[in-house]
Write a protein that binds this ligand. Structure first.
Ligand SMILES: Nc1nc2c(c(=O)[nH]1)N[C@H]1C(S)=C(S)[C@@H](COP(=O)(O)O)O[C@H]1N2
Ligand SMILES: [Mo]
Length: 224
């Protein structure tokens, strides 16, 4: 199928992966504090104005005709959407903050796309579905509880601050989950799998927290 047309340029940056894995082992950046959600900046974070790029080093180039979004697993109505079909879903606009585990936060990012709630209404998860697993075109994976994917501020976004999301930031379509660390927000999303069981993803099996709440500073899986 169309998959043959997707180009993966670059290669996995092993050194970056190793050093981030080391951060987890050493508990780097941990302040040991927690904060209420009413505090806009979570503990240990600092504000930036730029938007850093963080990924495994493979940035897939997905031509529009080859793009598909598979939404499946524990649902009554699995779908495979082409770009035009996805773009025809109800649109949502939202402005939210980004909190990356490497300690930068970026306020007021204006996203446009489809809300997770509208996608959930389309596929109808079964009562047995408890987790959502994101699979990306660069082979990245990450996991969240269904309850967190279903939060009102979660989006599948194609636009940032009025422009299409660039390839380096996950375009044509990425996940945005504002209340969790940004590694949970999968770029170049390809498949959204609803699951009975949890399936820890790329960073979650490399020492990063399975849930990743910035206000409880859940950076790594063994909290100090
Ligand atoms: N597909 C994919 N999604 C990904 C990643 C990745 O390597 N591949 N990196 C994650 C991490 S660690 C972060 S901090 C954010 C970075 O998004 P940005 O590059 O747009 O800032 O994307 C997340 N989503
Ligand atoms: Mo990250």
């Amino acid at each position: 199928m169309a998959d043959d047309d997707v180009t993966l340029s670059g290669e996995i940056r092993g050194k970056l992966v190793d050093s981030k894995q080391k951060w987890a082992e050493e508990g780097r950046l941990l302040t040991g504090k927690t904060a209420a959600h009413s505090e806009r900046l979570p503990p240990g974070q600092r504000r930036v104005e730029t938007w850093p790029v963080l990924d495994l080093g493979i940035q897939p180039d997905i031509p529009p005709h080859a793009w598909r979004l598979f939404v499946d697993g524990e649902v009554d109505n699995p779908v495979t959407l082409k770009w035009d079909e996805f773009a025809a879903l109800p649109k949502t606009e939202l402005t939210t903050d980004i909190h990356c585990v490497t300690a930068w936060s970026r306020y007021d990012n204006k996203w446009e796309g489809v809300s997770a709630r509208d996608l959930i209404a389309l596929v109808k998860p079964r009562a047995s579905a408890q987790h959502v697993i994101f699979h990306s075109y660069d082979t990245y994976k990450t996991n969240v509880p269904l309850a967190d994917f279903a939060a009102e501020d979660v989006m599948l976004a194609w636009s940032w601050n009025g422009e299409p999301i660039s390839r380096e930031h996950g375009g044509p379509l990425r996940v945005v989950i504002p209340k969790l660390y940004f590694w949970k927000s999968a770029k170049w999303i390809k498949r959204i799998e609803f699951s009975i069981m949890d399936k820890p993803g790329f960073w979650e099996v490399r020492g990063y927290h399975n849930y990743g709440d910035p206000w409880r500073e859940q950076r790594y899986d063994d909290e100090i």
